[in-house]
Design a protein around this ligand. Structure first.
Ligand code: NAD
Ligand code: NAG
Length: 350
C-alpha cells in the first residue's frame, strides 16, 4: 500500500524530482572533454576550484586523472620528469592544466613543485603522489642494490617527499588531501618476480597509514589506491625488456582480459582515475588511511579450485613419474591457470 503510494507520487512528481520536492538538475560539464569521453550530461563538478598536483601526470594513470580532475573543475599541475610527454598532455587537456618539471626522487624538485602551486594558484588542496617506476626481474640472491636504490628513490622516497612538502603547506591551512599510488603488488606479492617493485609498493599502505595518523590531527586525509595491471607505457616497456621484445599493448591487454575476474572487462586508466577522484573529493570526507584496491577482486582470488585440483591429480597419475612435483610443473607449463596471467612466462607464450 505504502509502496503503491510512493510509486504514484513518484510518477506525479516526474523524473528528477524527489518525494520531498527536491529538484535534481543535471549540470553541463565545464570540462573540455564532453566531445571525447563524457556523456553529454554529467553530475555537478566535484573538485570545483581545487588545486591539485599530480606526479607522474604525463603518463597513463596520471594523465587520465589530470583530465578527469580538470573536467571536474580542478586546476591541475602535472609534475613529471618527462617534459615532452607532460607538455603534450597539457596541450591535449588545455585550460586548467599546467606542467612543471619534477623528478620526485629529488627533494628540491618536489619542494619547487609545491611552491609553484602556491605561486600560480595560491594554495594546494590535493597531492596525487602517482609517479612510479618498474624494477628489473631479479631474485633475492641476485638482487642488485643499485637497482634497489634507484627504484626505491622514486617509488618510496618520492612518496615520502611529496607528503613532506604537501604537509608543509597544508598543515597551516588545516586542510588537504593526499593520495598515493600503490599497486595490487601492495597486497599480493606473488605473480611476478619484480621483487624490488613489489617490496616498494608494499610499503605504500604503511606509509599512508602513518601519514594519515600524523596529518589527520591537522585536518589532512591520506589514502592510497592500488590499480590492477594496466598496459600503460611503464608496463609495456617492462614486458618488452624482460619478457618478449616484440610484445605490444594489444597482446598485453589480451592477457589482462584473460585474468580479469570481471568477465569481458579489463581495468582502464579511467577506472583508476575515477577512484582517485572519489578519494580526492569531499565525498570521501571521513575516509583516511585506506588502500582502495581497484582490481575487480583479483587479489581476493586464492588458488584453490577443487575442479582444477582434480585435473592436476589426473595429470599426475597419467604422467610417467606420477609425482606431485611433476603435476605442479605441468600446470605451470600449460599456463592455463588464471592466477598466472601476470606471470611473464605465461604472457610470453600468448
Ligand atoms: N600500469 C600498471 O599496471 C600499474 C599497476 C599498479 C600500479 N601502477 C602504478 O601507477 C603509477 C602510474 O604508472 P602508469 O601505469 O600510469 O605508468 P606510466 O609509465 O604511463 O606513467 C608513469 C609516469 O611517471 C613518470 N615518472 C617516472 N619516474 C618519475 C620521477 N622520478 N619523477 C617524476 N615522474 C616520474 C613517467 O615519466 C611517466 O609519465 C605508478 O606508481 C605505477 O607503479 C601501475
Ligand atoms: C617521454 O614520453 C614519451 C611519450 O610517452 C616517450 O616516448 C619517451 O620515451 C619518454 N621519455 C623519457 C625520457 O622517458
Amino acid at each position: 500500500m505504502i509502496l503503491w503510494f510512493l510509486l504514484l507520487q513518484g510518477l506525479a512528481l516526474g523524473p528528477g524530482v524527489l518525494t520531498d520536492g527536491t529538484v535534481i538538475k543535471p549540470v553541463r560539464s565545464a570540462g573540455p572533454f564532453d566531445e571525447d569521453h563524457s556523456p553529454p550530461l554529467v553530475p555537478i563538478p566535484r573538485l570545483e576550484e581545487k588545486v591539485a598536483i599530480i606526479t607522474g601526470g604525463a603518463g597513463g594513470i596520471g594523465s587520465a586523472a589530470a583530465k578527469l580532475f580538470a573536467s571536474h573543475g580542478a586546476y591541475v599541475i602535472i609534475a613529471d620528469k618527462n617534459d615532452t610527454a607532460g607538455e603534450k598532455v597539457v596541450q591535449q587537456i588545455g585550460g586548467r592544466v599546467l606542467f612543471k618539471h619534477c623528478d620526485v626522487s629529488k627533494e628540491a624538485d618536489v619542494a619547487l613543485t609545491v611552491n609553484y602551486a602556491l605561486e600560480k594558484f595560491g594554495k594546494l588542496d590535493i597531492l596525487f603522489n602517482n609517479a612510479g617506476v618498474a624494477s628489473p626481474l631479479q631474485t633475492f640472491q641476485g638482487l642488485n642494490m643499485d637497482d634497489y636504490d634507484r627504484c626505491t628513490a622514486v617509488n618510496v622516497r618520492g612518496i615520502v617527499l611529496g607528503i613532506k612538502h604537501a604537509a608543509r603547506v597544508m598543515v597551516p591551512r588545516r586542510t588537504g588531501i593526499i593520495l598515493n599510488t600503490a599497486s595490487i603488488a601492495s597486497v599480493a606479492t606473488g605473480g611476478t618476480i619484480k621483487l624490488i617493485y613489489n617490496m616498494n609498493k608494499a610499503n605504500i599502505p604503511g606509509i599512508t597509514k602513518v601519514a594519515a595518523y600524523h596529518l589527520g590531527k591537522h585536518g589532512i586525509r591520506v589514502n592510497c589506491i592500488s590499480p590492477a595491471g594496466l598496459a600503460t607505457e611503464m608496463v609495456v616497456d617492462w614486458h618488452k625488456k624482460f619478457v618478449q621484445e616484440n610484445i605490444d599493448r594489444h597482446t598485453l591487454e589480451k592477457a589482462f582480459l584473460r585474468c580479469s575476474p570481471l568477465n569481458g572487462r579489463i581495468c582502464t586508466t579511467e577506472d583508476i582515475a575515477k577512484g582517485a577522484l572519489y578519494l580526492c573529493s569531499d565525498e570521501s570526507g571521513y575516509i583516511s588511511g585506506q588502500n582502495l584496491i581497484i582490481d575487480a577482486g583479483y587479489t581476493n582470488i586464492v588458488d584453490y579450485d577443487p575442479m582444477e585440483l582434480r585435473k592436476k591429480l589426473k595429470s599426475a597419475s597419467n604422467s610417467d613419474s606420477g609425482s606431485l612435483s611433476s603435476a605442479t610443473a605441468n600446470t605451470a607449463e600449460s599456463g592455463n591457470r588464471d592466477h598466472q596471467c601476470f606471470n611473464p612466462v605465461v604472457i610470453s607464450k600468448l
